[in-house]
Design a protein around this ligand. Structure first.
Ligand code: ADP
Length: 364
């Protein structure tokens, strides 16, 4: 170990980083650049080289008239003027033989009462490419789910209707067993139809959702309660609700979300009459909306599984359903920038909660 202070090693160490890095004074004059910055300057043949100590970096960013350069120059000006602490900006930087993306980061700092600005450009091409491939693959999957479910509907309808025709036309010639077999087959086909219908709705959450607007969740809940009035009446359910906020979202998807949660709360109530309560709690700049029931509950180990598509904890004989409802809820909540979870004990009732970003003027 020699006796040099670690700080003295910083310039040489910064030269090893794969980040273009420079320090400017508070007027934008370049005071220091690392090796990556200099090599970038050499490789990019522009009028005022950005690796020249003593030139003004604002003049360099301002010399190109592209929108990217103008945005970078505007952000940097604000930092230099002390109007903001940090400016971050992602931009494309393509040459004829390479497509690249960079993240520019400019932040001010002070030393001995003098203000400086550190500017860094990170090559984020790998992340961009990865994200683009992921988006493409998601899109293909969605397209696949849509086409598969859409195209499966037609042959399935044919199966159901010919089975029903068979039953109608040959009723007198069929024995009891044959009738029961046809009934099972129709039942299976109808369930499959409901699952395909659900899959279709699920695959459309991203692509066919409407644009976001201001949604009064009280009104959404009222509509859902009206739609479910017969079920509520039949089951003798007791439903209480706190005042709910207005959020930014897709009204018809949020309605679907409430409807699925309430249908489940009515369905999985156990022996006693359903007791359901709906509440809203503010948590920072988000709302947590909860639907609680005093029903049969969910084993802790199944708490995540039930949000997966087609995952059910009950057989068709015990409870009707397709296993799409909660998967759809999760997809809708995620499209709204939130998350959804359940807290429950076996036989102790369940509370399904979801988090949604709040709007600015959304007092409950
Ligand atoms: P479905 O109700 O059509 O089966 P869901 O996706 O809505 O599909 O629910 C998945 C499973 O989660 C249900 O089959 C049920 O076992 C369980 N579940 C959902 N909601 C509740 C609830 N409120 N209480 C107890 N179990 C529930």
């Amino acid at each position: 170990m020699n006796g040099r202070e670690p700080e003295a090693l910083i310039p040489a160490a910064v030269d090893t980083l794969p980040i273009n890095f420079a320090i400017l004074d508070d007027e934008g004059t370049i005071l220091y650049t690392n090796r990556a910055w200099q090599e970038f300057g050499e490789a990019n043949d522009i009028e005022i080289r950005p690796d020249t100590i003593g030139t003004n970096y604002l003049a360099i960013t301002g010399q190109a008239e592209t929108e990217t350069a103008q945005t970078a120059a505007a952000g940097l000006s604000e930092i230099l003027a002390g109007e903001r602490e940090l400016f971050e900006f992602e931009y494309p930087c393509h040459s004829p033989d390479r497509k690249r993306w960079f993240l520019m980061r400019a932040a001010s700092f002070t030393d001995d009462d003098q203000r400086y600005v550190a500017v860094a450009h990170f090559d984020i091409t790998d992340r961009y490419e990865y994200q683009r491939r992921l988006e493409e693959s998601n899109e293909r999957l969605q397209q696949f789910a849509y086409v598969a479910s859409h195209d499966l509907q037609e042959p399935l309808r044919m199966v159901t209707s010919y089975l029903q025709l068979l039953e109608r036309r040959y009723r007198d010639e069929l024995d009891e067993d044959a009738e029961a077999f046809i009934e099972f087959a129709v039942d299976g086909a109808e369930r499959m139809e409901a699952m395909i219908e659900g899959l279709l709705t699920y695959s459309r959450v991203e692509t066919q959702g409407t644009s976001f607007g201001s949604v009064d969740l009280d009104a959404v809940l009222d509509d859902v309660l009206t739609d479910l009035a017969v079920r509520i009446d039949e089951t003798g359910a007791d439903i209480t609700a706190e005042s709910l906020p207005t959020v930014d979202g897709d009204a018809s998807q949020l309605r679907q979300l409430f409807q699925n949660l309430l249908e489940n709360a009515l369905q999985y109530s156990g022996e006693q009459e359903p007791r359901i309560s709906i509440s809203a709690t503010r948590d920072g700049d988000e709302w947590i909306i909860s639907v609680s029931d005093g029903g049969i509950g969910i084993d802790r180990d199944d708490g995540d599984r039930i949000f997966e598509i087609f995952q059910r904890l009950h057989t068709h004989e015990e409870h009707d359903g397709t296993g799409i409802g909660l998967a759809l809820c999760r997809r809708v909540v995620e499209r709204h920038g939130g998350d959804i979870w359940v807290e429950s004990e076996q036989n102790g009732g369940s509370t399904f909660s979801f988090r949604l970003p709040s709007t600015t003027d959304d007092e409950a």
